[in-house]
Design a protein around this ligand. Structure first.
Ligand code: URA
Length: 188
């Protein structure tokens, strides 16, 4: 196991016992994160849904399948990236995360970023973008725009669940994913 893998494992163990907000009591499983500890590209979603809560793995439901199909289409191996969420526990009935839940959980996400050191962060949807880019992020107007924060490139794309609800967003998603791949290749 690499040093980064060990550090992630230790952090996950800490996170497993977290009761920093009431979601610690209602979760079935903690959904810490999945993927390569050496990822150059890290995706951050909102919070686990039902399938994720049951399996303990982020983005395994329909939205996740769609995300993986975009990765495959633009030739990014799913196991080369890291995928996590702003919240590690499922909010009841998939409601939006509360500010106090985000506050209680955020140090785990920052620590994941510190360990993995990805070159690029991609927010999946408005909630992650509001947390990671700027509070008033407008996903319709600002998806696919690039920002720089602490030496990392950061952007946001539509949340794959939004694409399931509104297929009109799919062409924008494809263009954004192609640009992500182009930028990723420019690092190699
Ligand atoms: N939606 C998210 O934001 N995260 C998941 O892990 C699954 C669905």
């Amino acid at each position: 196991m690499s040093l980064k893998e060990e550090q992630l494992k230790k952090l996950q163990a800490e996170c497993e016992t977290c009761m920093g907000c009431p979601l610690g009591k209602t979760r079935t499983k903690l959904v810490f994160g999945v993927g390569s500890a050496d990822a150059q590209l890290m995706f951050v979603g909102e919070a686990p849904g039902e399938q994720e809560d049951l399996s303990g793995i982020p983005f395994v439901g329909r939205a996740g399948q769609l995300l993986r199909s975009y990765l495959s289409y633009v030739d990014i191996p799913a196991d080369s990236v890291y995928i996590a969420n702003v919240l590690k526990c499922r909010p009841p009935k998939n409601r939006d995360p509360l500010p106090e839940e985000e506050a209680a959980c955020q140090e785990f996400l920052w620590e994941q970023v510190r360990i993995i050191q990805p070159k690029m962060l991609v927010c999946l949807g408005r909630i992650a973008a509001a947390k990671l880019i700027k509070p008033d992020f407008r996903i319709t107007a600002e998806h696919g725009m690039w920002f720089e924060k602490n030496g990392k490139l950061i952007t946001a794309v539509y949340h794959p669940a939004a694409l399931l609800r509104n297929p009109n967003y799919k062409s924008a998603m494809l263009a954004d994913m192609q640009e992500i791949k182009r930028k990723l290749d420019s690092f190699v």
